[in-house]
Ligand binder design. Structure first.
Ligand code: ZN
Length: 254
């Protein structure tokens, strides 16, 4: 079998420690990173590890990133605690070929904003309404195993306008009970890397236990997996063969 896809699941891991943590721990007693990582770790073609904000270098040393094919990112209340240096390190690795999957409130994470170059703002409302995600790209690798649509009975509403660059491909479009729509599955190419934004995943709902969400994330890891690792350079290029300047035509005197 080919080499396993090396997956790192990153979680800021702060909601699980706050005063109101019970609402999160009810669904994710070991933390959101474990809930995302566990179904991926069951895949024979994936090797999964986790990293969290309060580890040294947020668990994302250069060595860890160099051996990561796909990085999944969940963050919400502590985007500002991620150092600019490490956000830049993640961006650089994506441009070199690493896959990056930004989940839910990671729309406002530093690495995602660096990769998009826009504000990445949206509208939101958390009243536990129904979300229906429409599969608008049934031939895309990430939507395999997903039918026409699937529903999450309780979800945080994320609505347009979502201030992102035009995605290279839009694969999910969400409808919410309250009336909004949202581009909930967006694919981007950045340098040699692939980026996928997927909007479900609020911390107080059991979204990561949903089989369709698990299918999407599993497919997304395979789609985004790095195929190359090429550092940036901007070198002088020697000509491949000698370039002879054409001889100027001389005009005969009359
Ligand atoms: Zn949320």
């Amino acid at each position: 079998m080919a080499r396993k896809i090396r997956v790192t699941v990153w979680n800021e891991f702060r909601h699980e420690k706050r005063a109101d943590k019970q609402a999160v721990l009810k669904h994710y007693p070991q933390g959101i990173h474990h809930a995302i990582a566990a179904p991926l770790a069951e895949q024979r073609d994936m090797k999964v590890c986790t990293a969290t904000l309060d580890e040294p270098e947020h668990g994302l040393t250069q060595a860890v990133l160099d051996r990561t094919d796909v990085l999944l990112w969940w963050g919400h209340c502590a985007h500002g605690d991620v150092t600019d240096e490490i956000a830049k390190r993640v961006q650089t690795r994506v441009l070199e070929g690493m896959g990056f999957i930004a989940i839910h409130s990671a729309h406002f994470s530093k690495p995602f904003k660096l990769l998009m170059g826009t504000n990445c703002s949206l509208t939101w409302r958390d009243i536990g309404e129904r979300e229906r995600l429409w599969n608008i790209a049934p031939s895309h690798p990430i939507t395999q195993g997903i039918g026409d649509c699937f529903e999450l009975p309780e979800s945080e509403m994320y609505g347009e306008r979502f201030d992102i660059p035009e995605p290279d491909q839009l694969i999910f479009l969400s409808w919410f009970q309250g009336g909004e729509v949202f581009r909930s599955g967006c694919c981007f190419n950045r340098g040699h890397g692939r980026v996928f934004y997927f909007s479900p995943g609020h911390e107080t709902y059991p979204t990561f236990k949903d089989v369709n969400v698990q299918t999407v994330l599993r497919n997304a890891v395979r789609w985004a997996a790095a195929t190359v690792q090429l550092s940036d350079s901007c070198d002088y290029a020697e000509p491949r063969e000698s370039v002879v300047k054409p001889v100027k035509a001389t005009r005969r005197k009359r």
